[in-house]
Design a protein around this ligand. Sequence first.
Ligand SMILES: NC(=O)c1ccc[n+]([C@@H]2O[C@H](COP(=O)([O-])OP(=O)(O)OC[C@H]3O[C@@H](n4cnc5c(N)ncnc54)[C@H](OP(=O)(O)O)[C@@H]3O)[C@@H](O)[C@H]2O)c1
Length: 331
Amino acid sequence: MADDWTTDDVQDLSGSTIVVTGANSGLGYEATRAFARKGGHVVMACRSVERGREAAGEIRDELPAASLSVHECDLADLDSVRAFAEEFEATYPSLHVLCNNAGVMAIPRAETEQGFERQFGVNHLGHFALTGLLLDRLIGTGGETRVVTHSSNVHERGEIDFDDLNSVERYDPWDAYAQSKLANLLFAYELDRRLRDAGLDVKSVACHPGYADTDLQRRGPEMRGSKPRLFAMKASNALFAQSAAVGALPLLYAATHPGIEGGQYVGPGGFRNLRGTPEVQRSSERSYDREDARRLWAVSEELTGVRYGFDRSLPGRVGRLAGRVTDGRPG
Ligand SMILES: NC(=O)c1ccc[n+]([C@@H]2O[C@H](COP(=O)([O-])OP(=O)(O)OC[C@H]3O[C@@H](n4cnc5c(N)ncnc54)[C@H](OP(=O)(O)O)[C@@H]3O)[C@@H](O)[C@H]2O)c1
């Protein structure tokens, strides 16, 4: 356990560029604040530029020197993800850390622009596409760079239903969330194996926050218009959750701690891994299943139209094929 590891322990990030998805709220907001306090430039990738600007303004009120920029990136729309990646490539010469943080939990069934079940689409497929499209920058930055993907304890009950990935036949909001969070881990570990096989200095790390008081828990009840559930969620958060600032520590640890290895999983080390300071943990056996990971990777490439390339021997720039969009549109 990293005893009493706090945001003060985040190393100096001057000169680093960090992308955080879902940076306007909850854990993404807290991580953005902490990165900025340590001198990193944070690219806040938000589905609402307005909410992103408001959040950036709040951080600047506290930290006037914070280096922040806000860009639209709606993970429920692969066109928006592509537009963000293109804008990023045109604007920023380097990318040191990509934080795949944004998420939705246990919402009523809805679909993304391209027709994917929304939790699978936003939490997994959107981040799969984004990472592939930014891989060229991660590889080309030089020195060690990282991809950090936010999962959840809920992944433990997850199963990947390859016959019904979009939960068309049967939809349970918690099963769909659990599937998406298991997908986050299968992706993070498979990415790390592929990066290592290619001899690249990019680490893929996974993390989870335990239980933290954020907006995540209220979205489902709000979308259902269920006041009793909303009340129950608020009461549970007030009684049992740790603060968003403490909940962001595993993400910050995974993103910046020099001792972290690719393929590791960081979470809070206190009561039932729901709270406390960050430590390296083991996720469920299922999350390490290589066959499922390869299968999910192949289907994610097919669904998003984003194919990863790791071949450094190709002519031209290192990783030239990384994040290549094959046909420009998902199948
Ligand atoms: N809080 C917990 O106890 C807990 C536990 C386990 C795992 N997690 C994970 O932690 C991560 C962060 O969640 P949080 O607790 O900080 O929740 P949050 O406060 O609700 O923040 C979620 C963020 O994701 C963004 N988002 C939602 N849909 C999006 C989309 N289509 N495109 C881009 N961004 C989108 C939200 O934007 P808007 O503000 O515009 O909606 C918001 O910025 C999630 O991956 C979640 O699964 C949280």
